[in-house]
Design a binder for this molecule. Sequence first.
Ligand code: SF4
Length: 218
Amino acid sequence: MSERTRGMMNWLWEKKCLAVVKALERRNFTSVYCPAASDAAEYILKQAEDAQSVGFGGSMTVSDLQVTEPLQSMGKELLIHGNPNLTPEEKMMVMRRQLTCDLFLASANAVTIDGVLVNVDGVGNRVAAMIFGPKKVILTVGRNKIVDGGIEDACKRVRQQASPPNAMRLGKNTPCAMTGMCADCASPDRICNVTAVFERKPQRTDFHVLVVNDDLGF
Ligand code: SF4
């Protein structure tokens, strides 16, 4: 792709991201347009200043932002259940503590052009923490998560584009982790057990959504 074409495409994505930001604001979320992933990282570090504990929902997007080291050097307690050194009991304990952390960081599996957030979870810990408990929630959403249609299209995006690579990276024994395609499985490892649709901001959560003009996560 030529530089000129890339510039035009970025302009088009910017318009789309800004439309989503406006739509999220109409739904009472605090929403910010970020031209690049580094802007999202900067925003998160600023918002984390008052937080003692920071929970991580297990998102590739958040991991790409590389905020863990700076947060650690700020003296924050990091609650990361994906740490491979944890025993299953310790992992459960970390997930429970995430539910009452000061700041919870995650992404969304999809956002509609009119600002509805859709998240699909296997255990449900990630969506539970987004809804109630943490003092502040920040979702970082790459432009690739935007769908032009409604909730049905968002759910389709999750099953077709988000869950298969997530199941594969998490080493799940599901059909999609092998074929890349959803088979609406009944596997005990299924990661699509809970679908949370955020039509508006949950009342008691300080909820921020950063819409980034870049492709992040799945
Ligand atoms: S195969 Fe199962 S785990 Fe994979 S996307 Fe479909 S329902 Fe989800």
